[in-house]
Design a protein around this ligand. Structure first.
Ligand code: F6R
Length: 608
């Protein structure tokens, strides 16, 4: 939610900042802006409703340049997308400029205090109070550094802030609380960004800020303070590995289809070095906590959206293979529940971005409970990966499409490995799952080969406005995920349901205008799911069956069938999910929607 970039260097940084903003666009894309301060302390503020391409067009006209710049791409929380609400925001005499990600909860209070002292506000945002509050303190203490710290201590809520000023045109002041910020440096340039992947094409030497850190970033020196003004340390830099090819489309028309097609390699990477041909599981990220893992007797998984659905699959996997009771909770619910948690509970946080505010809050809630906190995270170095005691990275690479595809499959793959790692007994089903995981990439390639067939199917169903997705056991969470994917990229109404629940209400929806996608895989529950299918059929509902079982009897009873390669029920989850992702993708494509950046959404939900 909102992307921030800052630049200070020896040469013109406009193109660096625009490039960085383009890489951050997945975090918000309703408006954008930059503020450039040039050598003679003149400022150039350019804001625009719409994505970064529009900002680039606007900037091309005046060709500004400068060596101190901040930029922002917005996902609106307070106030509609408009030029006035776009960042950077500034104080009344336009000497202090800020970009902000997060929510200032007490902004109305601050606004009214400042208004009573003569300050004027021109936007509807919470963020605009920040430059004016800094200005208010600056006029009292005559030090920008102190004024920034004083203003920060008045703010309630969450923030990542970059501030530049004509008062000290050789510095960027930055701070974070509950929203990520990273500083990257080369010999003659310094970048600040919401996400390291936005700047790794410029530098891989980065320093992650912690909550409450306040940094004064100058080309020669970066000082880190705490809110009392004590210098805590110099920034600690590390080198991160990052594959920058994830940040460009290559020959693909959009990121969603590129990322779906990367899934076979993503699965290979997720199991590489962790599951060998000799069927040994090695999860290096858990080595340090292996004794604690021996003693856990309950697992609580937390996550949001797609990551929560991955967690539901994890519940089936861990209970089946490791025989440990698992509960899966939406992070946004868990954090407000008064749930009894004992020291032998393990909390697993699942997050693609590693920055989701609710999941961070769930982890914070158990901070003092002494429980083992594990992370299943894709984004290396992210807040959740650093808050947890140990964890397993998904290694899906940077995911640019707002709708998660490859990261979800990697999460489920890692959960399968975790279930096997926790399994105390070695039996045939353990060996079968290991073999299935090794064969999974090739089976997913076969689903990708069916893309054209799925696209044709979409064209047949494009006229429908509602869809139901149903399945049992492992196929229930993927029905939920299939429906979420369709609704978020095509804006078509879709519901996921457990097939066994149909008779308890949802079957009332069924008529000839309401198609159902039935997921039924070979195994114990195939026949039961087919009974639900027939109940829908008898009520006139159109049916698309997705299955891995060649059952001649069913062919004439459904409207369409998508066959996917056969596998055990645990890995059928990933295989079928890829088919459902393609279904959602082609639906969105046929309707001409903005596939990578669906309306009202943003990747990385860093506010509550
Ligand atoms: C849907 C999607 C979201 C995210 C959710 C959690 O396609 O991507 O539902 O799964 O916002 O985000 P992370 O996984 O980054 O915590």
């Amino acid at each position: 939610m909102c992307g921030i970039i800052g630049y200070i260097g020896n040469d013109n940084g406009v193109d660096y900042v625009l490039g960085g903003l383009k890489n951050l666009e997945y975090r918000g894309y309703d408006s954008s802006g930059i503020c450039i301060i040039n050598n003679s302390s003149q400022t150039n503020l350019i804001k625009q409703v719409g994505g970064i391409d529009k900002l680039v067009q606007k900037i091309k006209i005046t060709k500004p340049n400068g060596k101190l710049i901040i930029g922002h791409t917005r996902w609106a929380t307070h106030g509609k997308p408009s030029t006035q609400n776009a960042h950077p925001h500034f104080n009344n005499d336009r000497s202090i400029f800020i970009v902000h990600n997060g929510i200032i909860e007490n902004y109305l209070e601050i606004k009214s205090k400042l208004t009573s002292r003569g300050y004027k506000f021109i936007s509807e945002t919470d963020s605009e109070v920040i430059p004016n509050l800094v200005d208010f303190y600056y006029k009292k203490v005559n030090s920008l550094s102190r004024a920034f710290r004083m203003a920060l201590s008045d703010l309630k809520g969450t923030y990542a802030i970059c501030l530049v000023s004509t008062i000290e045109p050789d510095k960027i002041f930055v701070s974070r609380l509950g929203s990520p910020l990273v500083i990257g440096k080369t010999k003659d340039k310094i970048f600040v960004s919401s996400d390291p992947s936005a700047i790794t094409n410029k530098t891989k030497t980065v320093s992650f800020l912690n909550d409450f850190d306040i940094a004064e970033v100058a080309l020669k020196k970066i000082k880190i303070f705490n809110q009392k003004g004590n210098k805590v340390s110099s920034a600690k830099f590390e080198t991160i590995s990052h594959n920058d090819s994830q940040n460009n489309l290559g020959d693909w028309p959009n990121y969603m289809i590129k990322e779906i097609n990367q899934i076979p390699e993503v699965v290979e990477l997720a199991i590489k070095g962790r599951l060998g041909a000799n069927h040994q599981i090695k999860l290096g990220g858990l080595d340090d906590v292996s004794t604690q893992l021996e003693h856990i007797d309950r697992i609580v998984i937390v996550g949001c959206g797609t990551s929560y659905y991955a967690g539901l699959i994890g519940e089936y996997l861990i209970e089946e293979f490791a025989n440990i009771p698992v509960e899966v909770e939406l992070s946004s619910e868990f954090k407000y529940k008064n749930e009894p948690i004992s020291r032998s509970t393990c909390l697993i946080a699942i997050s693609q971005s590693g920055e989701t505010a609710d999941t961070i809050a769930a982890l914070n809630k158990v901070k003092d409970f002494g429980v083992l906190k594990l992370g299943i995270v894709n984004s290396i170095g992210s807040t959740i990966s650093r808050m947890t005691d140990a964890g397993v990275y998904c290694h899906a690479g940077n995911e640019r499409s707002v709708a998660s595809t490859k990261a979800f499959i990697a999460q489920v793959t890692v959960l399968s490995l975790l279930a096997l790692r926790l399994a105390k007994t070695r039996n045939k089903s353990v060996d079968d799952l290991m073999e299935d995981l090794l064969n999974l990439p090739d089976k997913i390639r076969k689903v990708l080969d069916q893309s054209e067939q799925i696209q044709k199917l979409v064209h047949k169903y494009i006229k429908y406005k509602n869809f139901l997705f149903i399945g049992r056991k492992y196929n229930y969470p993927i029905a939920l995920e299939g429906a979420l994917k369709l609704k978020e990229v095509s804006y078509v109404h879709a519901e996921g349901y457990s097939a066994g629940e149909m008779k308890h209400g949802p079957i009332a929806l069924i008529d000839k205008s309401f198609p159902t996608i039935v997921i039924a895989t070979k195994g114990d529950l195939y026949k039961k799911t087919i009974s639900n299918l027939l109940e829908i059929k008898s009520r006139g509902g159109p049916i698309i069956l997705i299955t891995n079982f060649q059952d001649q009897k069913i062919k004439n009873m459904v409207d369409d069938i998508v066959y996917v390669p056969e596998s055990g029920e645990e890995t059928a989850v990933q295989i079928i999910s890829v088919a459902l992702q393609l279904f959602a993708y082609y639906f969105s494509l046929a309707l001409g929607k903005n596939i990578d950046k669906p309306r009202n959404l943003a990747k990385s939900v860093t506010v509550e």
